[in-house]
Design a protein around this ligand. Structure first.
Ligand code: NAD
Length: 249
């Protein structure tokens, strides 16, 4: 299997795309550290993997809480389980006109979607570098960060930040044999998508050339590729998985 030697930590893996990523990486042979702000949801995903004879451990970890991140890092290092694959998937959005946004909403969107990625990467990159064995960072951004999204201006700004972070880290980390890439899901069938107004969701569907929303598994396969040995010469790349909705150059 492609990911046999990998220990992969996935954030926001209690449901939706993150859960599909955790399950897919485990199916391909990785040991998976399932994390989510909900320890209960994380444990459910880990059980799903264990029931399929995969190897998974779960932790409650909110990407906005530095102490929780440090706690998970300490636990893993103590067990010789430093991840060599990091998937920054946790994210959140809500649809609202920019002129109606409050500063509190801006802060929340940037804290989860951009600072969360920065915090978690800082915490787990260090042991990855120190291991001198290389590794992969895969960030889950959004097509909102590439082409914009009406009603999601600040979310899109944060996701655009994740894309810029990906490219800069990719340049900085080649010397440690760590590649850094980014998957941009288009509209994907999860609770995050369904939290939008129904007419908005219908309009989105009509705009997708393939006329279906992504299945979380579609996104997970792209993440698994970036985490695998065949992608070891690929870094700083941004891949949209969107049924043809976006074809960014
Ligand atoms: N669903 C889509 O259409 C879509 C499109 C583009 C990008 N994305 C991105 O894909 C990623 C996953 O989205 P999804 O649709 O699976 O969402 P989801 O809401 O279905 O699942 C997100 C998971 O992340 C967890 N989470 C939320 N905030 C967290 C935090 N602060 N710390 C740790 N965990 C947290 C939640 O508990 C949940 O289990 C996000 O980064 C999202 O922005 C989703």
């Amino acid at each position: 299997m492609q990911l046999n030697a990998r220990i992969a930590l996935v954030t926001g893996a209690g449901s939706g795309i993150g859960q599909a990523i955790a399950v897919t990486l485990a199916e391909q042979g990785a040991k998976v550290i399932v994390t989510d702000m909900s320890a209960e949801l994380a444990a459910q995903t880990a059980k799903l993997i264990q029931d399929q004879h995969g190897v998974a451990f779960s932790y409650g970890m909110n990407v906005c809480e530095p102490e929780q991140i440090a706690h998970v890092r300490e636990q893993l290092l103590a067990q010789n389980m430093a991840p060599n694959v990091l998937v920054n998937n946790a994210g959140w959005s809500t649809s609202q006109a920019f002129l109606k946004n409050t500063p509190e909403l801006w802060d929340k969107l940037i804290d989860i979607n951009l600072m969360g990625v920065i915090r978690v990467t800082r915490a787990f990159l260090e042991p990855m570098v120190q291991s001198e064995k290389g590794g992969s960072v895969v960030n889950v951004s959004s097509d909102a960060g590439r082409v914009g999204s009406s009603g999601e201006s600040v979310y899109a700004a944060a996701k655009g930040g994740v894309i810029a972070l990906t490219k800069s880290l990719a340049r900085e980390l080649t010397r440690y044999k760590i590649n850094v890439n980014c998957v941009c899901p288009g509209p994907t069938e999860t609770q995050l998508l369904r939290a939008n107004p129904e007419n908005y969701v219908e309009a989105l569907l009509k705009a997708i050339p393939m006329r279906r929303f992504a299945d979380p598994k579609d996104i997970a396969q792209a993440v698994a590729y970036f985490a695998s040995e065949p992608a070891s010469y690929v870094t700083g790349q941004i891949m949209s998985v969107s049924g043809g909705l976006t074809m960014a150059g």
